[in-house]
Ligand binder design. Structure first.
Ligand code: ZN
Ligand code: ZN
Length: 267
């Protein structure tokens, strides 16, 4: 039985449906666990239109605690998807550390002030040199993140491919990714297989098989995540994710409780 560790709530303003409907869908999909991992609020108004307000953080805790109290046979885990915001991590570090979370997903959604996965930014992407610039900086940001903040799961590792933009120099990117994975492997981290890419123009899981093989080589474990923003998306395309994981040589995936990992069979 699998676990979906990447789901959102209506608090992030771009997800819909009642939290309980996500849990019911997890039951129907026969999952062992579902993890709620909404976007971390940022006190000084960083990217406010895509995340809960600071004042709603208590409500997030209430929503997730209520889900856990429903007595479902699907275990409910509580996580958070935390951005890497250079120079602004100290603002949230204490809240993340003291929040009794089961796991933290670390995600990079921005290069400088460019929200590269935002559909409204497609014109920006078309500017000369942009593609190269995003990919070069993305890998460096992820590496910095792994070095300077404790989190368990690397979120949607090759997200900049969302609209079909791939690294111009794949070899260079893979070298940087390898370094990031070497650091992550030493910290016993996981990389998620995020199936939401199959619902985007790129029509691929994050990460690619090539990247996943590299992660395996560096000793990273995996988690599965749908990045559901609607109840119907819970556990979406998990068959495809298991297939990809198998191709990369994985037989197990990681489960997290109080930020401690254990392993379960993919089959
Ligand atoms: Zn994300
Ligand atoms: Zn997400």
């Amino acid at each position: 039985m699998l676990a979906d560790y990447h789901t959102h709530t209506y608090l992030c303003k771009h997800a819909s449906g009642e939290p309980e409907e996500y849990l019911r869908q997890a039951e129907r999909a026969g999952l062992a666990e579902i993890g709620v991992s909404d976007h971390c609020p940022w006190p000084d108004g960083y990217d406010t239109e895509c995340r809960m307000a600071v004042e709603e953080y208590g409500l997030y805790r209430d929503i997730t605690a209520k889900l856990q109290s429903l007595g479902s046979k699907v275990k409910v885990r509580i996580g958070l998807e935390v951005d890497w915001v250079p120079g602004q991590m100290e603002i949230v570090r204490e809240k993340v550390e003291s929040g009794n979370f089961d796991y933290i997903i670390g995600s990079v959604h921005y290069v400088d002030d460019f929200p590269f996965d935002n559909p409204a930014m497609l014109e920006e992407w078309a500017k000369p040199g942009k593609q190269e610039w995003v990919w070069a900086n993305y890998a460096s940001l992820l590496t910095e993140y792994i070095m300077n903040f404790d989190f368990e799961i690397i979120g949607h590792m090759d997200l900049p491919k969302k609209f079909g933009h791939f690294p111009c120099e794949m070899k260079k990117f893979m070298e940087k990714a390898d370094y990031a994975f070497e650091l992550a492997g030493a910290k016993n981290m996981s990389i998620e297989l995020n199936t939401s890419g199959l619902r985007k123009p790129v029509k691929e899981i994050y990460p690619s098989l090539e990247i996943l093989k590299l992660a395996k080589f560096r000793g990273l474990t995996i988690t599965l995540g749908s990045d559901a923003h609607h109840p119907s998306e819970v556990a979406a395309n998990f068959k495809d994710a298991v297939e990809l994981a198998t191709l990369a040589g994985y037989k197990e995936f990681a489960l997290y409780s109080a930020r401690e990992a254990s392993l379960a069979s993919l089959f």
